[in-house]
Every structure is written in C-alpha cells, then in structure tokens.
Design a protein around this ligand. Structure first.
Ligand SMILES: *Cc1c(COP(=O)(O)O)cnc(C)c1O
Length: 365
C-alpha cells in the first residue's frame, strides 16, 4: 500500500507512538480511563492559559463541526441573537448551523483575503442591540488567513457580549491566552494542532457562561451543559466515548509537552510555513493571502503561470512521491493549498519543494 504524509490541515500526520496507543480496547467506566479524561481536560486548560473555576473544558464526540454546533445551539437562548463574522467557508458554516437550528443571526461577510474588522463588528453591535453573541473563526482554513480575534474580543467585551471562537486549526499551534483576550467559548478538535486522530472536539468555556446555558440546548446529543455536567463529576463521558481516540489524544498531549509546548510547536509550524512560501515563490508560485495576514497553518497558492498546469497531475505526482496536498477552497481564483501542521518537519518542506520543482520542469518539456 502506498503511504504518504498529509500536508492537509487535519486529519494530519501523527506519530507512530500516537497511533500505537489505539491498539488497546479500554473499558469506559474504569477509573483509569476516567482519570485520562480528567487529565486531558486539565492539560487543555493549561494550554489556553486558564484555570478552574473561571474556565472549564467539555469534550464532545464527533468532528470539529459537532463542537461548533454544540456551542451555537446550546449557549444562545431563545431571545438571543448571534453576529457571525465570516471570511471563509468555516465562518459560513456557523451561519448554516444557526439557520438549521432556527437561531436568529446576522452575518457580516468579509472578503476571503481580508480579516474581519473590529470597527465594523462594533458598529454592527451598536446598531443592533439585540445581538448578544459574536462568533468568528481564528485560523480560516479555507484560505490560511489568521484572523485578529484579540482585537475583536476587545470590542465584544467592551459591549458586554459573549465571544465564541472557532480555533479549530490554530489551538495548539498558535498561542491563545483565552482569558486575557476575552474568549468565552473556544472550540478545537483532536485532529488538528494537538496532533491526535479524529473523533472528538473540545470546548474551553467560561464557567459562568456555561452555567447560564443550562436548559437552553436544542439538541440532546450536542447539549454542551449536560455533557459537562456528567463529565465534570468524575471524567465519565455522557454517551459512548471514542476510547481509542482519547488514548491517542492523551499521548499526543504528552508529545506536545515533550516538544516544548506551544512555543516550540508554533515555531516549527511557522518555520515550515515561511520556508515553503519562500521556496515556492522562487518557482513562480504566489500565495493568495498577503504576508501580514498569512497564518502559519496552511497556505493557499495561486496556480503557477502557464496554461498547461493541471492540479490533478501535480497532486498525483506529489502523492506518488510521498505527500498528499489539498485542492483550493476559495471561490474567486484557481488555487491549491498546502498544510504544514502535524508530524511535518523542515526536511518534508524541502522534499516537497524539490518534488514540485521537478514536476514543473517535467511539465515544461
Ligand atoms: C477543521 C475545521 C473545522 C471542523 O471541521 P470538521 O470537518 O468538522 O472536523 C472547523 N473550523 C475550522 C476552521 C477548521 O479548520
């Protein structure tokens, strides 16, 4: 079987040691297992620079979207209204979630290559006092842009509103001091920068805001408060937990610490990213996002000049040589994406550069 490393932003390439943890079928109600859940929860708080009792963590079965949906459908009450600032597909997905649940919302759409403006967000809040919650994506994986959630949090706090952040593809890879910035609910998942495998999401919550949401959930399975209530007792999940994924995640957290925590991982990702952008530029491949907005997780690149370029052909060529890249997701240009998170090092970026160079040279002939 052909093996390759993933240059996609989650699921991503994990270590063999993380994968090996999944060879054990753990009992769910055993104390050892519940302790693992409790430990994971306390480690996640630490990574967000917060602690109990001000903050708490809920783990939720499902992919990242389940976590976002859990927050939006659990914490926004019947008489509340949500403002969504979106500059990509994941921001738009929040609107989709609100629409499905019948939650009143306003959508502030920004261009995919621009960050949502805190000024505009403040103006919208001022003009519409019914708005009680604001939500936004941190690292918009659609393009790779890194949104300025710190500045947005400031205006949301000034107005006394609740701030929900989808930090799916940034948490663990970019430092986020949740309390200092003023984030009330932060959502991420097991298979992004912590470098675990897919199967659950986690939500770092301001405890008082979570308590406020008791009885508000529109869904049973995704009820954030109820999930917390059970899990907070002794670490037992409310319904069947993804045991193998949890074991792998616990190992991944250990390995994050061994690497040197978020500062070291963040540096590795940023260096991968910088190198890749610099080297592909030499080949005439330009990034879609302007330098100052480009995040360190994933990069969108324009197709190289020349009409003969075929993404499918390049994808196949790269895959045969050990890496899987990503098609583009922005709607206004022909692009492809390369993620540089996961068990990916400088050597991989070098390999990739050489493969692409070879492909383009062969393509010209
Ligand atoms: C990965 C991701 C999600 C969640 O997507 P799933 O397919 O449900 O895991 C949400 N938001 C962002 C920004 C993401 O990168």
């Amino acid at each position: 079987m052909l093996n390759y490393k993933l240059l996609t932003p989650g699921p991503l390439t994990t270590t063999d040691t993380v994968k090996k943890e999944m060879l054990f079928d753990h009992c769910t109600w055993d104390d050892d297992y519940k302790k693992i859940t409790l430990k994971i929860r306390s480690q996640l708080l630490k990574l967000a620079h917060v602690s109990e009792p001000e903050y708490t963590v809920v783990l939720m079965q499902g992919s990242g979207t389940f976590g976002v949906e859990s927050v939006i459908t659990s914490v926004i009450g019947k008489s509340d209204k949500l403002l969504i600032a979106a500059n990509g597909a994941y921001g738009e997905r929040m609107a989709d979630i609100a629409a499905h649940a019948g939650i009143p919302y306003v959508l502030y759409r920004e261009e995919y290559d621009k960050v949502p403006s805190p000024k505009i967000i403040k103006k919208i809040m001022k003009e519409d006092p019914e708005i009680t919650h604001v939500s936004m994506v941190h690292s918009e994986t659609t393009s790779g842009i890194l949104n300025d959630i710190e500045s947005v949090a400031k205006v949301v706090k000034e107005m006394g509103r609740t701030f929900i952040v989808d930090a799916m593809s940034s948490f663990g890879g970019v430092d986020i001091p949740a309390a200092q910035w003023g984030i009330d609910f932060l959502v991420s998942s097991a298979n992004k920068c912590i470098q675990g495998v897919p199967g659950f999401s986690f939500i770092i919550c301001r405890t008082d805001k979570l308590m406020d949401s008791s009885g508000k959930a529109r869904s049973l399975s995704l009820d954030l408060y109820d999930q917390w209530l059970t899990m907070n007792k002794d670490g037992k999940w409310r319904f069947t937990s993804p045991t193998h994924v949890v074991l792998a995640f616990a190992k991944a957290l250990e390995e994050l610490e061994e690497e040197g925590g978020i500062p070291a991982r963040s540096k590795r990702y940023a260096e991968n990213n910088r190198y890749l952008i610099e080297k592909l530029r030499e080949l005439g491949i330009r990034p879609y996002i302007e330098g100052r907005y480009q995040g360190p997780i994933i990069t969108t690149f324009f197709y190289p000049e020349g009409s003969r370029f075929s993404f499918q052909e390049m994808y196949r060529y790269i895959k045969e040589r050990g890496y899987a890249i990503y098609p583009g997701k922005v709607t206004d240009a022909d692009t492809f994406r390369i993620g540089n998170i996961g068990e990916i090092y400088h050597e991989d970026m070098e390999n990739l550069y050489n493969i692409i160079k070879e492909f383009l040279e062969a393509d010209k002939k």
